[in-house]
Design a protein around this ligand. Sequence first.
Ligand SMILES: Nc1ncnc2c1ncn2[C@@H]1O[C@H](COP(=O)(O)OP(=O)(O)OP(=O)(O)O)[C@@H](O)[C@H]1O
Length: 340
Amino acid sequence: MAETVIDIQSLTKSYNGVRAVDQLSLQIKCGEIFGLLGPNGAGKSTTILMLLGLSEPDEGTINVLGLDPTREPIPVKRRVGYLPDDVGFYEDRTGLENLVLTARLNQVPEAEAKERAYQLLENVGLKHAAHKKTGAYSRGMRQRLGLADVLIKAPEIIILDEPTLGIDPKGMDELLALIRSLSEEQGLTVLLSSHQLHQVQQICDRVGLFVRGRLLAQGDITSLSRELFADDPLQITVDCGPLNEGLLERIRAIPGVRHADPVIGNGVGLSDAYNSMESPGRTRLIVGSDTDCSDLIARTIIENDVSLFGLQRRQYGLDEIYHRYFEGGEQHDQGSSQAE
Ligand SMILES: Nc1ncnc2c1ncn2[C@@H]1O[C@H](COP(=O)(O)OP(=O)(O)OP(=O)(O)O)[C@@H](O)[C@H]1O
């Protein structure tokens, strides 16, 4: 089991009485890519600043590589690379010169600095632009250079704040793939923040959904949807012939089925199903289940000599998570959806 390299317990930070980060607890393991995802203003940057010792928590504890960033910011800075959302370079110097300068500032021996800088420029796909002034770099190129700049001091953890912001979709995919491969090759732990759930989740081992300073849920996408849509992780719509109470009970007894409700027109219920004027003899059944048991449902219906006209599965996933928590996130976090 990989060791925990970032351990956050009950972290809280307020600005002018408003909680930007509210009782955040989170553990990240060595070599993991963790996505801290949330809409604007969720508290991602505030959390990152506290992890780096650049801002002091009101309450709670943080441990980064065995260090307390508030008390030991310099050793943390040495071992943790940070890419802010808008990285600054000396615009009148080349990419190579900027990297060598960062290497020097981080006590990388002079002889090694240039070699490492060249290697990193190659790794991030900027070899061709090594001698070009960074003032002429595109946003995507600056982010790549930023990644090289973060890596030049050979950190154990890299923290990237909105790394894909302002990059076109192709550039974004390339940058994310690069982060993934760098992490795999070098065993790097990566914490990245983003409000672009769809893009970023593709490279994350786990994500945490952060809304209004609170972590609503964390895990991979499958366990997230299970946690956030615990009421019905999977919905199966069945269109079949008339159902009797006995068959309905058999369907309800299938392992994984939580409920099975016939729905016809405006009415809900078995008698409505029988008496439907719109489609006589047809029943629509909505089944909520934990697992995909659609084959068993189909078999049960057919074995009972009832016609099966259609069966549709709908799994709650990324789109539902996105709509519920990112587009209308502010409204949804106030209810009972706390799923930590
Ligand atoms: N220095 C500050 N002074 C006052 N309020 C702040 C400060 N920094 C952040 N906040 C507030 O704290 C909340 C969280 O902000 P934060 O920047 O951490 O969110 P975020 O998730 O990183 O969003 P974004 O992607 O927009 O930066 C917001 O309501 C913000 O206005």
